[in-house]
Design a protein around this ligand. Structure first.
Ligand code: HEC
Ligand code: HEC
Length: 283
């Protein structure tokens, strides 16, 4: 098994990085004022699997990095503006908007992205930001739920992330969250598809190397939702997971599935200590 994974990686990898670790030493400051932590000591629960956790921003080309430093250049912010309109618009049978209950996003939502997915004891489940928003829509607004990772859901998730930028990711992995963490961790190390590759084979063992034309990062999710130059829209975390698993030529899980919710908690926890950075810009 091990041998097969090595062969698959060898076939995919074109070239090792030119510089150590593959991550550059640039510093990310947004709008000249929000200083971002894009490298941090690995959280203790990673148990030495990584020394340092590094935002995907460090692995992108200078031109791509630059776009994220200024909200006027970050095209993801266009979708955040659309979400602000939605935030203030009443929807559903109760005739309420998000703003009616939550006021301004920057006043009440700044800690959300740093702490989700989070266990909700009333609902009796681990909830992502999108699940929590849908709980508000269906149970408090009398509105239809947003389809998982649909444009409206991801744009709103990005608005909530944007007001939390700079806050260190700090998801809880103990107590009621522990079983989800364990499930996600197991998935992270499971080899999927004809290529028999796990997330760890690429993002833990080979970050910094090039795979085809792509500079492999640690696959961190502190920057989600991400605006991708490739598809010119905001992309949700779980759709990204789906794409990565599909690239191993495997049948994959759907965004919103129990499996991907657990995986989101685990992958998010690998970035505890990095700044919330969404909406980030990637290729
Ligand atoms: C009728 C009032 C009401 C409306 C309208 C409403 N919410 Fe909520 N929202 C709540 C309540 C109450 C909670 C706390 C529930 C809980 O802890 O489970 C909450 C919690 C949240 C949270 C989690 C906050 C945290 O600190 O953990 C988010 C995110 C959220 N709402 C987003 C939204 C969005 C987006 C909308 C509009 C689409 C919306 N809500 C509409 C009442 C509302
Ligand atoms: C065959 C190698 C490979 C495997 C296996 C793989 N990925 Fe990826 N992944 C990539 C490449 C290439 C990219 C784009 C470059 C980058 O950001 O690393 C990427 C990007 C990502 C990103 C975006 C990072 C950012 O900063 O925007 C996330 C998140 C991610 N992967 C998570 C995962 C998870 C979780 C798994 C396991 C379910 C996984 N990947 C499996 C190759 C892989």
């Amino acid at each position: 098994m091990k041998f097969k994974a090595m062969t698959a990686i060898a076939a995919l990898l074109l070239a090792p990085a030119a510089f150590a670790g593959g991550a550059d030493d640039d510093v990310l400051v947004i709008n000249g004022e929000i200083e971002m932590t894009t490298k941090a000591d690995a959280p203790a629960h990673l148990d030495g699997a990584l020394d340092q956790v590094i935002s995907g921003w460090h692995f992108r080309a200078d031109e791509t990095q630059q776009l994220e430093t200024d909200d006027f250049e970050n095209q993801g912010m266009i979708f955040v503006d659309q979400a602000i309109d939605q935030w203030n618009t009443a929807a559903g049978s109760e005739g309420k908007s998000c703003a009616d209950c939550h006021g301004a996003p920057e006043d009440n939502m700044a800690m959300v992205t740093a702490t989700y997915p989070k266990y909700d004891s009333d609902a009796g489940e681990l909830q992502t930001v999108q699940m929590q928003m849908n709980e508000c829509r269906t149970e408090r607004m009398g509105a239809d739920p947003w389809k998982y990772d649909s444009g409206a859901a991801v744009n709103m998730e990005a608005l909530i992330a944007s007001v939390g930028r700079g806050t260190p990711v700090q998801v809880a992995i103990d107590g009621d969250a522990a079983p989800y963490y364990e499930q996600g961790k197991e998935m992270y190390y499971t080899r999927y598809g004809q290529l028999e590759l796990s997330c760890a084979n690429c993002h833990e063992e080979n970050f910094g190397n090039y795979i085809r034309a792509d500079h492999l990062s640690q696959g961190q999710i502190n920057g989600f939702p991400t605006y991708r130059l490739k598809n010119a829209k905001l992309n949700g975390v779980q759709s990204r997971f789906k794409g990565c698993i599909r690239d191993t030529r495997a049948e994959t899980f759907s965004p919103g599935s129990d499996e991907f919710v657990a995986l989101e908690l685990y992958v998010k926890s690998r970035g505890n200590g990095l700044s919330v950075e969404g909406p980030s810009v990637r290729n």
